[in-house]
Ligand binder design. Structure first.
Ligand code: NAD
Length: 437
C-alpha cells in the first residue's frame, strides 16, 4: 500500500446508508442529529473527541483528529437505509427503546423522514425474523441490481457527493467460505443461479462495491470477508472492512487480556455470559446466528494471548461464551465475566467483571467513526481491506497471509500511525532516546 499522494477534500454531502434500521442504526441517526443541534456531545467517538500527538513530546502538538485529517462534517451527513419492516427511523427507534422519549423527540423531525427502502431478505439466513417489507426478484443477482438502483436513486435524490455503507442488520446464520466465494466470476454466476450459500448481506456488499461505495460490516457474518468480494473491492478501488462492532464484553476482553499478557500472568479460564433482550438478542437466540456470533467472540483471546508462544501461561485456558435472550432487559445488556488467572508459582486468583452496558450506546459512535474513516480512506485512494480500522471490530479482517491484531492498544497505535502516515507526519514509536542525549 502506497502513501496517498493527496487526499481529496470532503466537499459536498456524504450519504451514510445502513442495511438494517434497528437499534444501532437509529441510535446513530438520532445521536448525530442531537450533536448537530448542539443538544449533546459525541461521547465514545474517536473522530469527534479524540486527539493525536504529532512530533516530539516537547512540541506540545495534539490537535483533535477531526482537525488533523480532512473528515466530513457531521452537518454534511445524510442518513438512509433498508429494513425488512416498514417503520420509519422514529418508530424503529421508539420500539428499540434505547433513547429516552425526551431525546427522541428532539430528533423526531429528522427520524420521521428516514423511511427504509425494502430489504433484500431470506428467512433461511435469519430464522427468528419474519420480514414484510422485502424486495422481490427472480434471482439474487436481480436483488443486488435493485440495491444498486436504490443507491443511485438515493444519491441523486439527496444530491450527494459520496456514500458509505455500514451493515447494521441482523446477524446471519453461520457460513464458511466455499467454492462460490473464491472469485468474482463464480460469485456472479452463483447469484444468477440462486446459489444457497449467498446470503443477503453479500448482495448488499456486492452492490456497494459495484457502485464504488465503501462497505463496513458491523455484524459477524462473512459478508465481504470472501476472496471474491475482497478482490472485487481492490479492483474497483473501494475500501472494505469488518467484522462485528467491538462493543461490550469483547471490548473488555481486549482491554484486560493485553494487561495480563504484559505482566506474564497466566490464564486457566474465562467464562463469559450475557443477558440481553433486544431484537438482536432474539435473532441470536437461533443457534445458527449464535454460532456466527460465538466464532467472532471466541477469536480475540487466542490471538492476543498467543498460546503457542506462551504454552505454560496460555496453553490450556478454557474459554466459554454464552448469550441468553432475556426480554425484560431490552437493549441494556449485562455481561458477566469470571476470569481465572494465576500468578507467581502458579497460585490462582479470580477476577469478576459485571458490565451493565448499553449495547447500542456503545455501538453508535463506532458506526459514525467507521462512516467518516471509510469515506476518508476512499478519498485518500486506499482500497480493499482497511486493517488500520481493526480497532472497531471484534473479528478484524486482514490480508490473507496475516493473523488479525486484536489488542486494542496496538490497534489504536496502528490507527493513529496510519493517520500520521497519510498526512506525511513522523510516525510515533515511543522510543524517545533523543530526550536523554
Ligand atoms: N449493539 C451492539 O453492541 C452490537 C455489537 C456488535 C455487533 N452488532 C450487530 O449489529 C447488528 C445490528 O444490531 P441491532 O442491535 O441494531 O439489531 P436490531 O435487531 O435492532 O436491528 C437489525 C435490523 O436489521 C433488520 N434486518 C434484518 N435482516 C435484514 C436485511 N436482510 N436487510 C435489511 N434489514 C434487515 C431487522 O429487521 C432489524 O430492524 C446486529 O447484527 C448485531 O449483532 C451490534
Amino acid at each position: 500500500m502506497r502513501r496517498p499522494a493527496s487526499i481529496a477534500p470532503p466537499k459536498g454531502k456524504l450519504g451514510v446508508l445502513t442495511p438494517g434500521m434497528g437499534a444501532v442504526s437509529t441510535t446513530v441517526m438520532a445521536g448525530v442529529e442531537l450533536v448537530r443541534r448542539g443538544e449533546s456531545i459525541p461521547v465514545g467517538s474517536l473522530t469527534q473527541m479524540g486527539t493525536i500527538r504529532l512530533g516530539k513530546r516537547t512540541e506540545g502538538r495534539a490537535p483533535k483528529i477531526k482537525d488533523f485529517v480532512p473528515l466530513a462534517n457531521l452537518g454534511d451527513i445524510v442518513f438512509g437505509g433498508w429494513d425488512i419492516f416498514p417503520d420509519d427511523a422514529y418508530e424503529a427507534a421508539s420500539k428499540a427503546g434505547v433513547l429516552s422519549p425526551h431525546d427522541l423527540a428532539k430528533a423526531q423531525k429528522l427520524l420521521k423522514k428516514i423511511k427504509p427502502m425494502k430489504g433484500a431478505f431470506d428467512q433461511n439466513w435469519v430464522k427468528n425474523l419474519h420480514g414484510t417489507h422485502v424486495k422481490k426478484g427472480k434471482t439474487k443477482f436481480d436483488l443486488a441490481e435493485q440495491i444498486r438502483e436504490d443507491i443511485r436513486d438515493f444519491k441523486k435524490k439527496n444530491k450527494l457527493d459520496r456514500l458509505v455503507m455500514v451493515w447494521c442488520a441482523s446477524t446471519e446464520v453461520f457460513l464458511k467460505p466455499e467454492e462460490v466465494h473464491q472469485d468474482l466470476p463464480s460469485f456472479e454466476k452463483g447469484m444468477k443461479s440462486n446459489h444457497p450459500s449467498i446470503p443477503p448481506s453479500m448482495l448488499y456488499a456486492y452492490a456497494a462495491i459495484s457502485e464504488g461505495v465503501p462497505f463496513a460490516n458491523g455484524a459477524p457474518n462473512l459478508t465481504v470477508d470472501i476472496p471474491a468480494l475482497e478482490d472485487y473491492a481492490k479492483a474497483k478501488g473501494v475500501p472494505i472492512g469488518g467484522k462485528d462492532f467491538k462493543t461490550g464484553q469483547t471490548l473488555m476482553k481486549t482491554i484486560l487480556s493485553p494487561g495480563f499478557k504484559a505482566r506474564m500472568l497466566g490464564l486457566n479460564g474465562w467464562f463469559s455470559t450475557n443477558i440481553l433482550g433486544n431484537r438482536d438478542g432474539e435473532v441470536l437466540d437461533d443457534p445458527g446466528s449464535f454460532k456466527t456470533k460465538e466464532e467472532s467472540k471466541l477469536g480475540a483471546l487466542e490471538y492476543i494471548l498467543q498460546p503457542k508462544l506462551y504454552p505454560e501461561l496460555y496453553g490450556k485456558f478454557h474459554h466459554k461464551v454464552r448469550i441468553n435472550y432475556y426480554p425484560p432487559r431490552g437493549d441494556n445488556k449485562e455481561g458477566w465475566d469470571n476470569i481465572d488467572i494465576f500468578g507467581w508459582l502458579g497460585y490462582p486468583m479470580q477476577i469478576k467483571v459485571d458490565f451493565l452496558c448499553r449495547d447500542s450506546i456503545l455501538a453508535a459512535p463506532i458506526v459514525l467513526d467507521l462512516a467518516l474513516f471509510f469515506d476518508l480512506a476512499q478519498r485518500a485512494g486506499l482500497r480493499g481491506i482497511q486493517e488500520w480500522l481493526s480497532f472497531y471490530f471484534k473479528s478484524p479482517m486482514c490480508a490473507r497471509e496475516l493473523y488479525p491484531e486484536h489488542d486494542l492498544f496496538i490497534q489504536l497505535m496502528k490507527l493513529k500511525n496510519t493517520l500520521r502516515w497519510m498526512m506525511g507526519e513522523e510516525l510515533i514509536t515511543h522510543l524517545g532516546a533523543e530526550y536523554y542525549d
